[in-house]
Design a protein around this ligand. Structure first.
Ligand SMILES: Nc1ncnc2c1ncn2[C@@H]1O[C@H](COP(=O)(O)OP(=O)(O)O)[C@@H](O)[C@H]1O
Ligand SMILES: [Mg+2]
Length: 292
């Protein structure tokens, strides 16, 4: 696995990028709605490093790591192959800890999006497997994000890679993950309301087979792979009653895109405020320029 000193060097580079705004210092392998995935070493990445927002202390970081370990065990028990992931801490200022989830860097021949883009014939078996997984694995306790960008085919096996938000809920429906950690990238005035009203609704979608498959189909629009939407609609008929419809998929995409663009604008505005007005360093790498 990656060497601890290499990760400290990466964190120093991230620190420099955050202090100067020079994101060109970083090798960005990919971006989701929440995070930026960094390649290490930059020239020829062997590792994909997913940096979590800083934790206040080692205890909070350990609690996150324990929840993630339970989530990975739960996915494995339910038959989902997950890419090897190591959680590694880097100490920063004031006792704070940054955690990185480190995975082998996958190639375009493995990641499902470029794979299907380059060879559309692979779409049917891959989508069928994702729809199957989404509808058998997901329930009130365990969630997952079925979007195509979260999957790869590694050694011939469908493999899940988006694990930085472990979706585990207790029997009373509350999230095991301290979602406040992720809300740290929102302006403080919005955090309480997001925590109570927005996050439970967002998370709930990942705990229902129907919305997980709907999300897979809807996100093909964002990936400019909408030619495969009818395929997912067709496959959904084997698992969902009533099956999805294309109208439902397009409607869902529009409302999802609106919600996430709003979230991004709020975070960008807060970053501007912190930097220009408060003259403080902004601690998060925000995904930039997401096309919708
Ligand atoms: N192990 C990996 N190797 C190569 N690229 C990756 C790897 N993990 C993620 N990526 C790229 O980064 C993107 C975002 O990663 P993901 O873990 O899904 O984060 P998010 O939670 O922000 O969606 C992926 O869709 C993919 O393009
Ligand atoms: Mg993702």
């Amino acid at each position: 696995m990656i060497d601890g000193r290499a990760l400290e060097a990466l964190e120093r580079t991230v620190g420099e990028a955050l202090a100067t705004g020079r994101t060109d210092l970083l090798a960005v392998l990919g971006r989701g709605e929440v995070s930026v995935v960094l390649g290490w070493p930059a020239e020829q990445p062997a590792w994909a490093c997913k940096r979590l927002p800083p934790f206040a202390d080692g205890g909070a970081a350990d609690r996150y790591a324990a929840t993630l370990a339970r989530y990975l065990a739960e996915l494995a028990a339910r038959g989902v192959a997950v890419i090897d992931t190591e959680v590694m801490p880097v100490a920063i200022d004031g006792g704070r800890v940054v955690l990185y989830c480190v995975q082998p860097a996958l190639s375009d021949a493995e990641l499902a999006v470029p794979l299907i883009r380059n060879d559309p014939d692979r779409a049917r078996p891959i989508m069928a497997e994702i729809v199957g997984a989404a509808t058998t694995v997901v329930d009130a306790a365990v969630g997952l994000d079925g979007q195509l960008s979260n999957w790869a085919v590694v050694d011939g096996r469908l493999t899940y890679l988006d694990i930085t938000t472990p979706m585990l809920r207790r029997p009373d429906g509350t999230s095991e993950l301290d979602t406040k950690v992720f809300l740290a990238s929102l302006p403080w005035a919005l955090r309480a309301v997001a925590h109570r009203l927005v996050i439970p609704g967002i998370l709930d979608r990942y705990h229902k087979p129907r919305t997980v498959v709907l999300d897979l189909a809807a996100n093909l629009l964002k990936e400019r792979l909408d030619q495969h939407i009818p395929l997912v609609v067709e496959l959904s008929a084997d698992h969902l009653t009533p099956p999805l419809t294309e109208v439902e998929v397009r409607r869902d995409y529009r409302s999802d895109a609106r919600m996430w663009s709003l979230m991004q604008s709020v975070r960008h505005a807060d970053r501007w405020w912190q930097r220009r007005v408060r003259r403080r360093q902004y601690d998060f790498l925000l995904p930039e320029g997401i096309e919708r």
